[in-house]
Design a protein around this ligand. Sequence first.
Ligand code: ADP
Ligand code: MG
Length: 545
Amino acid sequence: MSAQQVPIVLLKEGTSETKGSQAQRNNITAAKTVAEIVRTSLGPRGMDKMLVDTLGDVTITNDGATILKEIDVQHPAAKMMVEISKATDNEVGDGTTSTVVLAGALLEKAEELVSKNVHPTVIVEGFKKASQKAIDTLRDIAIKVSPTDKEFLGKVARTSMASKMVSANSQELSDIVVDAVLAVAEKSGESYRVDIDNIKVEKKAGGSIRDTKLVHGVILDKEVVHGAMPKRIDGAKIALVNSPLEIEKTEFDAKININSPDQMQRFIDEENRMLKAMVDKVVSAGANVLLCQKGIDDMAQHYLAKANIMAVRRIKESDMFKLAKATGARIVSNLDELSASDLGFAKVAEERKVETDKWVFIEECKNPKAVSILVRGGSQRVVDEADRSVHDAIMAVKDVVEYPSVLVGGGAPEALVSLKLREWASSLSGRSQLAAEKFADGIETIPIVLAENAGMDPLDTQVQLRSKSTTGKARYGIDVMNGKVADLAAKDIYEPLAVKEQVINAATEAACMILRIDDVIAASKPKDTPKPPSHGGGGMGDMDM
Ligand code: ADP
Ligand code: MG
């Protein structure tokens, strides 16, 4: 054997590799940077971000998940932070900013230990245990509520909207949100389930946020199909049909030879007769509103109009399901089967002008299991942000209806949890104690950031908060409006326990995942596809190969 070393090529040319503490530092820095971006938007006194995408579209928001969705981050560790905010958005709907801020704080604290040569595995283990302890503590201090307690649900909805542009209107909006969620909540055994797909949120720029309203039924962004049809029907008897009121074209190329005008007329007559027969079915079932998932032929429209039936065509399938839930109708796929028992009911079916569009409102249904919210606001951006805030509030209320425990907000539970964690940490030995203490510091970041964003001094706040929390009651948090530490239960600031649990779980997971990585192997980027040669010009740009 020759003593000469032959280099072993393991990775493809162009692959980059960062190893060990360097990789770790890079990852932590990238993740912390993401947290830094959303940090200033946490809480009611947090700032909004204006995001401009590549097409020049502007989004103004303070929703963590939305901010991170809109910015195009490249670093893999930063991407993980974006993903946890998305996961939190999907799971519980609110708490997206908190998740990212907390994950960033945990990494910052972990970094201090790493630099003191504590092995990441030890930190990860300590963090995992501490997060479990934190969640146990939250469960201990949580307040159990009745899942249908409108007053509490309203408080939760208002807290969720407190940090948004719509906060001035949170009273009206929270009533709408709570009514909507309770309308679609379904009891199963002792608990409730809420499928938020049964709440249709339509938005339209114009008017003001105050004009936002709840419709006990479904809003269809379609118009009545024929001008001669009634535009309003009181006591609507609704047929939901998912087959076309048209003569089906033959599947394959068929040729019909027509040799005389007579024959032509007979052909048309036959078609009309078939269409008339279809309309007659609707009439004889007793319907006065026809909502069709497919097309409605001109001639059928004419017959429907003559029978004083209001009809809408090409309704989305998802809306058909909502209509069925709202009105109690059964969706019929074969017109021959349509009977009076398939019909659904609504007090009013009406086409209304919403700005420049005409929409059909199927409303005042009795006990609808699907409802709609029409979100209004001065401009497109306001409506978009109002829509996101309504979504967050719907999710927060759903969280409480499904898991009826709440916590006081404003960083109060975090302050108490960090205190309890420190007590508990002192019972641990060795390095896991260090990790648990750092976790406690990480949790405390939430009230501190809330305070910072409210212009308060972070250190003073920390001292005050610690002394107040020793009472063992998780009520003392950051009263951001008055810039002091205060009893927030007295201010009706409540949040779902489900959100806080998710925030802690998701942030811990992300922090631990990032800490465990000690090797980043990145494939080289595919080369940009060469630009087609430009003709004529020949400026400097073209020479740049
Ligand atoms: P997230 O995306 O994490 O929900 P927010 O910007 O909505 O972020 O801020 C949520 C934080 O603001 C929570 O910790 C909540 O308790 C707190 N908060 C909400 N309303 C108030 C209030 N009126 N006073 C103090 N803190 C509040
Ligand atoms: Mg929120």
